[in-house]
Design a protein. Sequence first.
Length: 154
Amino acid sequence: MVQYFTSEGLKKIRDELEYRKTNLRAEIAIKIQDAKELGDISENAEYQEAIMLQSFNEGKIEELEETLKNAVIVEEDSKNHTHFLVEIRSTVKVSSKHGNQQFTIVGSSESDPSKGFVSNESPLGKAFLGHVKDEEVEVMTPKGKIVYKILEIL
């Protein structure tokens, strides 16, 4: 499944992958070795915990590698990026019955609604995509329908 990222978001994924492959793998290997030196591993809680950490880390490495395989970078300076149409990476200033708000449409892996970064796959993100300034957009939320008017697209 394609996942959209800014270059900064993709760098975070690459950095985490590198950290997990190098530093964290080495730390876990040391924990496993130290636990083995304590004796019988069948009843050794430290060993069991280290093995679980290793398993979790390897699973996370696979997940991050899969994410990178499916990553599409959406650059702010893309030739296709305009300030006339809402698309991934657009920042949208809107008004609704809740007042004025600002949202940035990002890929699902970079979403952080508390900071105004909404996923292109979320109901809010999907509703804004493809619309232009001065259009009204209806969004179904758990609390009912909200109408947003697009004031500005950055």
